[in-house]
Ligand binder design. Structure first.
Ligand code: GLU
Length: 533
């Protein structure tokens, strides 16, 4: 075990935060009970960072306004929905600290809320009832067109360069025609009538006034499949109405769906919620961030050692800002300042460097014990992977906090930062050991002199200042460049050229291990310096 002393430079003070001017945020004028918002993920993939951002904006909006935040699982795509994805989504949201007031998995309860169930597969009778109402009012109809017929029509439209839309063949079937199809054994879908040549206009809280022509919607919309299962546009409208959703806050990719939903709300005779479409999240090259091209699974960021405080802070700034220079914001500060109407409509570029920077900022704000707890699995992972030879004790980790806390970008980079301390040996590469201006013999001489100085220092105190002073004197006396000797020492004791500050590093390593590593490097250099006979 390292025999490091306990006298170290004091790192205190650097964590103090300068006071920042707090801007006044215009209060919302909504009545508290008006606001009901929701996140409605489909468990057809792991929690995506876009979904996490949407969930967070809903959560912040609800908390800021004193509203209610609902979690609804849109699991009607049974072929692609899995329990594992559902778990990943729930766990990811819990890890982020995004808490819902109604929905599945609250505390020990399987679900909570007066508007349940919150899984769409448990709401099938409600969709059937709504479909029956639309059929009875002739706002929807049975369509018997087979997939082959629809495909053939699509090809024809393509060839004729016509826009792709349902041609309305079954829109006005007589009872006898329907009976004939039934007799053939055809199983119909239900289509919702989309009016032609109508402009659907709405005022989006983020995007402003939006107008979409119903002719662009592809014709009458299938709302129930031939096997009786309802489809997304239909379930979303039925549920948003049934759950009294006041504001639909979701990604911009849903903007073109909104007119369909508005038409469905109208047809169902229910109030139309307000809409806020959040900007897309973009790669640095401004292409849409997709799971094929980029790391989009929240779990992957978690595994890398981003901490939730930082990740939430970062997500909040994807498309929104306080309008000031403030960047490091706690959940409470985000809730206090969040304002849906200041969300940007332009695409939000995902800037990994900024995320890493924020993570570092948040790591600095953690209490030492908390950080040590969070690092434990990552340190254990280093041991399991054979990159360190033993687990540091909590005391050792505490002693290393001045080195760690100011420098650690992610929890997973702990091995890179301090792993060399917890190895029996480092195998310093001679090519790295010998500084550019020196040869092997000079380096060996330099390290021997340094070793003697360090050994002498070690008899007294073992702290960074106590090490630095005599080594600087040595460099001066010999007319060396400090950078050369210090780099050789650094490589000898860590095996690497980039480490935390050299003297802190030696303090952490302890006197005995520092000297042993210097000896080993000197031996290696001696082997190099002696020409083979
Ligand atoms: N299930 C949809 C999705 O995951 C919900 C979209 C919406 O918020 O309306 O994209």
């Amino acid at each position: 075990m390292p025999d490091s002393g306990h006298r170290r430079r004091c790192a205190g003070g650097s964590r103090a935060r300068a006071p920042v001017a707090r801007p006044a945020v215009a209060p919302y004028t909504y009545r508290m009970t008006d606001i009901r918002v929701r996140i409605a993920p489909s468990p057809t993939g792991p929690l995506h960072l876009g979904t996490a951002r949407t969930a967070l904006f809903n959560f912040l909006f609800a908390r800021h306004t004193g509203g209610t935040f609902i979690f609804r699982l849109e699991d009607t795509d049974q072929a692609r929905s899995t329990e594992a994805f559902e778990l990943d989504i729930l766990e990811g949201m819990q890890w982020l600290g995004i808490r819902w007031d109604e929905g599945p998995g609250i505390g020990d309860e399987p679900e909570r809320g007066a508007y349940g169930p919150y899984r769409q597969m448990q709401r099938l009778p409600r969709y059937a009832e709504a479909a029956a109402k639309l059929l009875a009012e002739d706002k929807a109809y049975y369509c018997y067109c087979s997939p082959e017929e629809l495909e053939a029509e699509r090809h024809r439209q393509e060839a004729a360069r016509e826009p792709s839309r349902y041609n309305g063949r079954c829109a006005h079937l007589a009872a006898a025609e329907r009976a004939a199809f039934d007799a053939e054994g055809r199983r119909p879908v239900i289509r919702f009538r989309i009016p032609e040549r109508r402009v659907i206009a709405f005022d989006d809280i983020v995007r402003g006034h939006v107008e979409i022509d119903t002719n662009a919607l592809g014709g009458d919309l299938v709302i129930v499949r031939s096997d009786g299962t309802p489809l997304y546009h239909f379930t979303v409208a039925v549920d948003d109405a049934a759950m009294a959703i006041s504001h639909v806050i979701r990604g911009e990719d849903h903007l073109s769906n909104t007119p369909k939903h508005i038409l469905l709300f109208e047809a169902l005779g229910v109030p139309i919620p307000q809409f806020a479409h959040l900007p897309l999240i973009l790669n640095p090259d401004r292409t849409k961030m997709s799971k094929r091209k980029s790391q989009t699974a929240v779990a992957a960021y978690r595994a890398e050692g981003f901490i939730p405080e930082a990740f939430v802070n970062y997500l909040a700034l994807l498309g929104w800002s306080t309008g000031t220079e403030e960047e490091v914001l706690s959940e409470a500060e985000l809730i206090e300042r969040f304002n849906l109407s200041t969300v940007n409509s332009a695409g939000a570029v995902f800037d990994r460097e900024r995320l890493i920077w924020l993570n570092g900022q948040w790591i600095r704000r953690l209490a030492a014990d908390d950080l040590i707890d969070r690092l434990r699995p990552y340190v254990a992972g280093e041991l399991a992977a054979g990159r360190i030879d033993w687990l540091p004790t909590d005391d050792e980790m505490h002693a290393l906090m001045p080195i760690i806390q100011e420098r650690l970008p992610t929890l997973a980079s702990i091995g890179d930062l301090i792993g060399f301390i917890f190895r029996n040996d480092v195998d310093a590469d001679v090519a790295l050991l010998v500084p550019k201006r020196w040869d092997a013999a000079t380096t060996a001489t330099g390290l021997e002199a340094a070793r003697a100085t360090i050994a002498e220092t070690g008899k007294g105190s073992w702290d960074a200042h106590g090490l630095e002073e005599p080594l600087r004197r040595l460099v001066e006396d010999r007319g060396w460049k400090a950078g050369d000797l210090f780099m050789a020492i650094r490589v000898a004791v860590t095996g690497r050229t980039a480490t935390p500050p050299l003297f802190d590093t030696m303090v952490a390593l302890g006197c005995g291990r520092t000297l042993a590593r210097l000896d080993r490097a000197i031996e290696k250099l001696a082997g190099q310096a002696t020409p083979n006979p």
